[in-house]
Unconditional design. Structure first.
Length: 252
């Protein structure tokens, strides 16, 4: 055993003392083969350790990628859940809008009929303008291409215009029939309450009788007050107190 140990050391350190040269060939070959095997094994182990290190690094990279993908998945799941809630909310809104639209159209028809009746039975101020507005509203309501919201807006605008007539005064010229005579007169509108007229020569004054739907004349004593009202309505005179014969208000 001691001699084999020395022989092994001899081969490992490539030494060539004289006594090593006396080692028989049948002993050298197994030893050389053993050394070669050991060297191959060492290289294989080195390659394995390198491969192991590479695989461990790749494994860590995949673990980090997995964590990132899991976080991304969770984030996407949250977004999907949030989107589902928004979609459900929008669907509920669409359903509610459809229901309101179905109920709104009959209501708008009722409002239109009342508005048309109001214009028809009102004192005849701005008759052509107001009747044209009613005709245009009828076209809007009959148009299937117009949305319910747009129809509602148009009806609301018309109601607002009619309501504003009650808060304003106005002076304009119009041809009217008085005592079976056609005359051109200045018309003074006092809100929606009364209509007064005065001929252009300021000789004849009067009012519109809503009960009989005719123009009637005043005694000449009212000429001055009606003229003052027309002057103020036309902004040719500063505002002052007036005494006007309003008469009885007719319920419609």
């Amino acid at each position: 055993m001691q001699r084999l140990f020395f022989i092994t050391i001899c081969f490992l350190y490539s030494a060539s003392p004289a006594w090593c040269e006396d080692v028989p060939a049948q002993v050298k070959r197994p030893i050389e083969k053993s050394i070669q095997t050991r060297q191959k094994t060492q290289k294989a182990e080195d390659r394995w350790y390198e491969e192991k290190a590479r695989l461990e690094a790749e494994f860590k990279t995949l673990q980090e990628e997995q964590k990132r993908l899991v976080a991304l998945k969770n984030e996407l799941n949250k977004k999907v859940a949030s989107s589902k809630i928004r979609i459900e909310t929008m669907e509920n809104r669409i359903t509610e809008i459809s229901r309101i639209s179905e109920e709104l159209i009959p209501y708008l028809e009722q409002v239109y009929n009342r508005l048309a009746a109001l214009v028809e039975n009102d004192p005849p101020f701005l008759r052509e303008e107001r009747q044209n507005r009613i005709k245009n509203l009828r076209k809007v309501l009959d148009d299937d291409q117009v949305s319910a919201s747009e129809k509602f807006r148009k009806i609301t605008e018309a109601l607002f215009v009619e309501a504003e007539y009650g808060n304003t005064v106005e002076v304009y010229q119009e041809r009217i029939v008085v005592n079976e005579k056609d005359i051109l007169a200045n018309i003074f509108r006092l809100g929606r309450l009364s209509l007064f007229f005065q001929s252009l020569d300021q000789v004849t004054t009067g009012y519109f009788d809503p009960a009989l739907s005719v123009w009637k004349t005043f005694p000449k004593a009212f000429n001055r007050e009606i003229n003052k009202a027309i002057e103020m309505g036309a902004k040719r005179r500063s505002v002052d107190l007036l005494t006007l014969p309003i008469g009885r208000i007719v319920a419609q």
